[in-house]
Design a protein. Structure first.
Lengths: 430, 103
């Protein structure tokens, strides 16, 4: 859909949103909800209307959902809300003044704007090993990537996943449940090291091994081997070769900042924004995976800024960015949260655990139902909840309301967290 | 096609045409119906698609996980609370009420 009908009207009066993604579609929707009647153009390079990415590494690979069912909004929605959705156009240059500017696509199509939002997202980090170009070596970010991976996995006997992060483990767990032989190669000494504590990492190591996945920690990938241009194995630093019909590389993402750089915006692991999603020029807004924002944690401590790669963050920042574009005051205030479904293991994370000085284990990891609660100076700041939705719900609620659960009671599984939160809140008069 | 009517907490109604097999949540989100957030896209992870169903609706019974998640909705659950991602449309028209807030 390229919305040519709308191009007859005057341009340069409205908002241009670059990036057809969760943040982009939310930003457009929020502008309309806030009463904006100016033109809105949402442009991106993918062939699809904006869709959900999280299921791509889970239900989509198992064939439980189709690409069509992942679409956020119907075409009727865009028409009814007068949002011009432009697909298959990659913006390659952009310039602006305080009054507005113009973005130009690879096709040379021009998009004039008064207001500009960058929801450019991120791309998988590439690793430049020999053999990366072999057929069967894949990355996973887009619906197109996922369709290719699903096709490869359909007949595969041996999957090798490079990178023991969420995406890699979700794909590994799904493929293993389907009977594929799976090896996960992680360069670090533990799994998901960037997002969870050592306790949670150790749990995932054991849980995936119990399910028959071979996990190699401290793994040093040397190169990918192939025959007839197709991958056949992965060579490790110790000389061993792990057989592979399909290799998935999931070693993190890099924020897309090329356009922000052209605009002279401040960059630092993404596009630097303030709590109102405003970039350093004070005019452009940015939201989602591409944006580096002030730490939204309510408690002091932890890092000053960070980039969050999550649905919740994309949605929340996009809403704030829309308000900011319309001159409505808005500040990031929701509790960050994340989820990862790995086969029958449901991980829900509430809050940001960075800077914790105490950990409370709630439940027995061997039961595959437990939570890890993180504290800083006696205040609950985050939790990893594995197959414990009630704990997650209680912690997310407590963090949202600035409440606490005493660390000395939190480990007692006979006391529901929700009750502990309310009891403490009642005592504190909150 | 079944018609789905979403009644906001303030009483305003939005009716949209749904498709049998789609969920009440998906139908709302695709049409931009306010009042249903659904951050997790229907994977029973967020409890932000809470609705109150009308008495005569005939949906499949809830799973334990849905029951658990309903304890954490932003507006407290009631006897007719459901997570709309778990409500699949059949041929019948349905009506649901959305809570004041989801987060």
């Amino acid at each position: 859909m390229t919305g040519t009908a709308a191009s007859a009207r005057p341009t340069g009066l409205g908002t241009l949103i670059i990036g057809n993604c969760q943040a982009g579609v939310q930003l457009a929707s929020s502008l309309r909800e806030l009463g904006d009647t100016d033109p809105i153009v949402l442009v991106g390079e993918e062939p699809h209307a904006p869709y959900q990415r999280p299921p791509l590494s889970k239900a989509f690979l198992k064939g439980e959902v189709t690409a069509d069912s992942l679409t956020f909004r119907s075409h009727d929605f865009y028409r009814q809300h007068d949002i011009e959705l432009v697909t298959r156009e990659r913006i390659v240059s952009v310039s602006r003044t305080a009054a507005g500017g113009v973005a130009v696509a690879e096709s040379r199509r021009r998009f004039a704007f008064a207001r500009l939002a960058l929801t450019t997202g991120a791309v998988p980090r590439q690793i430049p090993f020999d053999g990366s170009e072999l057929e069967g070596v894949s990355y996973l970010r887009t619906a197109t990537d996922a369709a290719q991976l699903a096709q490869g996995l359909a007949g595969a006997r041996n999957l090798v996943v490079v990178g023991g992060g969420f995406i890699g483990l979700e794909v590994a767990a799904g493929a293993r449940a389907g009977g594929t032989t799976v090896t996960v190669l992680e360069a670090a000494p533990r799994l998901v090291g960037r997002a969870v504590s050592e306790q949670t990492s150790e749990f995932y190591l054991q849980a995936h091994r119990r399910r028959g996945i071979r996990v190699v920690l401290n793994a040093q990938v040397v190169r990918f081997l192939g025959e007839h241009d197709r991958v056949t194995g992965v060579e490790l630093g110790d000389g061993t070769v792990v057989p592979a019909d399909v290799v998935l590389i999931g070693v993190g993402v890099i924020p897309r900042t090329e356009l922000a750089e052209q605009l002279g915006l401040t960059l630092d692991n993404g596009i630097v924004v303030d709590g109102s999603a405003r970039c350093s020029d004070g005019l452009t807004v940015a939201a989602g995976d591409c944006a580096n924002l002030p730490n939204p944690s309510i408690t002091p401590g932890g890092v000053a800024r960070l980039r969050l790669e999550s649905v919740q963050n994309a949605v929340e920042q996009a809403k704030i960015a829309a308000a900011t574009l319309l001159g409505v005051a808005a500040e990031y205030s929701t509790v960050p949260w994340f989820w990862s479904d790995q086969a029958d293991l449901k991980l829900q994370i509430a809050g940001l655990s960075g800077g914790h000085d105490e950990i409370v284990l709630r439940g027995d990891p061997d039961s595959e139902k437990f939570s890890v609660l993180y504290y800083r100076a006696g205040q609950l700041i985050a939790a990893d909840c594995i197959n414990k939705p009630l704990d997650f719900i209680a912690v997310r609620g407590a963090l949202h309301h600035g409440q606490n659960v005493p660390a000395d009671l939190a480990g007692d599984v006979s006391l529901p967290l929700k009750k502990l939160v309310s009891a403490v809140a009642a005592l504190a008069g909150k | 096609m079944p018609s789905v009517t979403y009644i906001s907490a303030s009483g305003s109604e939005t009716a949209v045409a749904g498709f049998a097999g789609d969920s009440v949540m998906e139908t709302a989100v695709r049409n931009g119906v306010p009042g249903i957030v659904a951050e997790c896209g229907g994977s029973l992870s967020c409890a932000t698609c809470h609705v109150f169903v009308c008495a005569d609706s005939d949906f499949a019974a809830m799973l334990e996980l849905e029951d658990d998640m309903l304890d954490g909705t932003a507006i407290d659950r009631e006897a007719n609370s459901r997570l709309s991602c778990q409500l699949k449309l059949g041929d019948a028209d349905i009506r649901v009420t959305t809570p004041e807030t989801q987060v």
